[in-house]
Design a binder for this molecule. Structure first.
Ligand SMILES: [Mg+2]
Length: 317
């Protein structure tokens, strides 16, 4: 029914068994509209309000705050400080660049505030990048965060908003309004499509990945495409093939340690038997990662580990 939340009518016996950890009679005592707006034989199916008891830790934190009279809106700076702490930690390890992956809810103000805070903490001698991974809602949100990138001197601004980073026209318009170079095309597949995207003005830097873009051959073609146009290419993520490609490309900048964070190591399993590592701490004192120099990709695999942990097996012929 229009304007009315979804409801269902069930027997009290079923309702009680559904909420055995928080009896229906207790839920009916709640003061929220969910439990006060309907007849006793109607059980609302709203899910925003939990129908189970909150975890003790949540109860404790809320109770403590109430006892202190601390009931205002939180200032919300802890996240920015945590990001800045991690950027500073990476700098101490030897990294010369730091890329922010923010939040999934597309809050432009939080993203902008955070990127400015990271710059303030690490100073001007560390390259900073931000990749909202298309989570910002609109072009105007992308513009808002991009202006903060301009203010803080970011090295690149990657896949900002929810066109899914495939609109050459949208990003051309964005480039006209920002100083920070745009790195786009992580989600554009194929040499021809990437070529069209950049020629149409959709980006300043092209993205390539030897695992996504038709192998090492495809990745190198994209790198040469960028070079032919007088532009730079950036490789997405990490791995032995990525290191070889980067070592063979003139017009590129950083080796990306993908999706690492405090207490969150690289998600790749330890499949190597030669000491190869993409863990955060594996960076050299010079801020670089070595290129494996053995035959092929230069690494040897720990087949005992692989066989023991294998969950499926595919053969490509
Ligand atoms: Mg990305």
């Amino acid at each position: 029914m229009a304007g009315r939340p979804p409801t269902t009518t069930i027997s009290k016996m079923n309702a009680d068994s559904q909420f055995r950890w928080l009896p229906l009679a207790e839920l009916r005592e709640r003061t929220s509209i969910k439990w006060r707006a309907f007849e006793p034989d109607v059980l609302p199916l709203w899910v925003a309000e939990m129908d189970c008891a909150p975890a003790p830790a949540v109860v404790g934190a809320l109770t403590d705050a109430l006892h202190r009279g601390d009931t205002g809106y939180p200032a919300g700076t802890a996240y920015a400080e945590a990001f800045a702490d991690f950027a500073e930690h990476c700098k101490e390890l030897g990294y010369t660049g730091f890329k922010i992956h923010g939040w999934h809810d597309g809050d432009r103000r939080r993203e902008a505030k955070n990127l400015l805070g990271v710059r303030a903490r690490v100073g001007d001698d560390m390259a900073l990048m931000i990749d909202p991974a298309c989570e910002l809602r609109t072009f105007m949100d992308a513009l808002y965060v991009g202006r903060a990138c301009d203010e803080a001197g970011y090295f690149w601004y990657e896949d900002p908003y929810r066109d899914a980073a495939v609109s050459a026209f949208g990003h051309k318009r964005l480039r006209e309004k920002l100083k920070t170079p745009l790195l786009i095309s992580e989600h554009v597949r194929g040499l021809e499509q990437k070529g069209s995207f950049v020629v149409m003005g959709g980006c300043d830097m092209i993205h390539a990945d030897p695992e996504y873009d038709m192998g090492i051959t495809g990745c190198m073609k994209i790198a040469h495409l960028a070079e032919a146009l007088g532009l730079d290419v950036q490789l997405h993520a990490s791995g032995p093939a990525h290191r070889h490609c980067i070592a063979a490309i003139r017009n590129t900048h950083f080796y990306e340690q993908a999706l690492v964070g405090p207490d969150m190591p690289n998600a790749m399993p330890p499949v190597y038997a030669c000491g190869y590592s993409d863990l955060l701490e594996a960076v050299g004192a010079d801020g670089c990662f070595p290129v494996p120099d053995g035959p092929g990709l230069g690494v040897t695999y720990d087949w005992d580990f692989i066989e023991k942990n294998r969950t499926s097996h595919h053969v490509f012929e």
